[in-house]
Design a protein around this ligand. Sequence first.
Ligand code: C2O
Ligand code: CU
Ligand code: CU
Length: 618
Amino acid sequence: MPTITNYSRRRFLTHSGLGLLAYAGIPKLLGAMEGMQAMPKMAPNKASSNFKPDVELELFCRSNSVAILPGRPTLVQQYSAKLLKGPQNTLTEIPGSYLGPVIHLQKGQRIRVHLINKLAEPTITHWHGLHVPANMDGHPVYAINPGERYVYEFEVLNRASMNIYHPHPHEATAKQVYHGLAGALIIKDEEEAALGLPSGEFEIPIVIQDRLFDEKNQLIYVRHRHDRMMGFYGDRVLVNGRSDFKLNVASRAYRLRILNGSTARIYKLGWDDGMPITVMGVDGGLLEKPETKPYVMLAPGERLDVWADFSGRGVGSKLVMRSLPFSGVLPKMAERMMGGGMGGMHGGMMQTSALPVGSDYPIFTVQVTQKVSDSPKMPTQLSKITRYKISDTANPNKAVPIGISEAPMAMLLNGRPYAYDDVQANERIPINTIQLMEIFHAHGGGHGNPASDSENESSSNGMQHGQMGGMGMMNRMNDDGDGQPSGQMQHGGMGMMGGGHGMGMMGGMNHQDNGQQGGGMMGMGGGMGMMMSMAHPIHLHGQSFQIVSRSISEDAAEDYATVRDGLIDNGWKDTVLVMPGEKVRIIKPFQDFKGLFMYHCHNLEHEDMGMMRDFLVE
Ligand code: C2O
Ligand code: CU
Ligand code: CU
């Protein structure tokens, strides 16, 4: 194990994870909802007198009414902020947008944020991408009730990067983000400043989200559980909260800071005239060198830092950023239905047919409105990134598993739905270690028999991949907490998949339940696994990670070829798109802060369905 520089400050250690001790009194159930797990309620954190902030702001969540489409305004939920202390340029509004203000921070600044809940429901804010103590991270256990205030205090430890702030309350993240609660948080540092990249009016945040409206211009969200299975999709793409977003530019280079703030939609970004996309950075900041890509995949939660040079283009010329055609991210069966323009499906599936995932559609238009002769040159070297080696990790032969399983009624990780205080052996991470982790489809995703996978024994602490889906199904059903598959429970699970779902695709599988498998998805074998399998953007809280390798199963290779050239694996990431049949190995440090840090699918409907777990750093 290599030595790790621990750059945390003492005072942060007093925050780390120990907030759990502040848990007082009887667990309070937050809403009836459909969840089975009780989420305790912690006392909201208060300002500490020995923390001296460089930047202090109040951040409000409230309902508001905002013009998005022509005609009637739309009822949304919205962040707004008030700067109490710090540089004047800390907050910049996106005019006319329901999005929260862009928060601009400098590495090294100490930040205090007073989150003030003026909604009619609990909320808590998470700083997606930031490396902060566990009780500053917006874990759902810290959700505050209407009228309450939660005080965050942390130092900005991240390098220059674009991050996201968004709600994270138990089983309601997607709903609140969908209704408008989200904003960009941009960190700058000296390394980046020295590059002289386009800034000010030449550095443009681009937040891409899809939404569905009714005829009164009001947002439509999940009305039926079927709406959530593949995630919820709108039929309209908004940029920076506008349905008519246009970018007027001068004929010079710009820096586009792109964020996919959709709850589920995956984009394949490309310029309509075939100009390649020049990528300078990803989630966790700058790459070492710019990469030129024919197109770039952008899944929910992911960010891109793009060098867009419009020099040489005439006044009046236009360029469109589109989502280009691709396949394979939705279950085969759903893709076929949408492709065939089939009606009759509920909610999300039908709506997606208006703007199918993987179809070709415009996102926004750039128009050159001014001719200038001067443009900055793109640096050839952007940063220095030390690549982790597997031998740097504490567990080179035993990757921490993140097993994805999909079932009609439950989206799971490592075979279990989210539950508070349910940390498994696999999920305990010694502090100040670097961990090798492996994200894979637990049902086999077309491997046929994943238990014979050569890497199996390195990845799951003696639990076979194939068992996970089944066990999780049972837990979800029975909530008895023992997690042991039993014959009776298996039948319960299969029965559940056979009925109540409405897609009619599971019925034929019962005969395969011969009682010898771990149960659940495993019993379906490879073919059925691929039918159900879909792409998941897997996000890990805490420090950024590096992607070590990807491997794809034979039967998924054809679809994979439509997205492969748009994956960028060289930078620091906090969210990684995992395609059907794909296995991704990552290396992630867990430094400085003890406590619970979530990992989950950033298809936010999946997150709210339980496709989320906690790591306990201890
Ligand atoms: Cu952006 Cu836990 O999420
Ligand atoms: Cu996050
Ligand atoms: Cu997912």
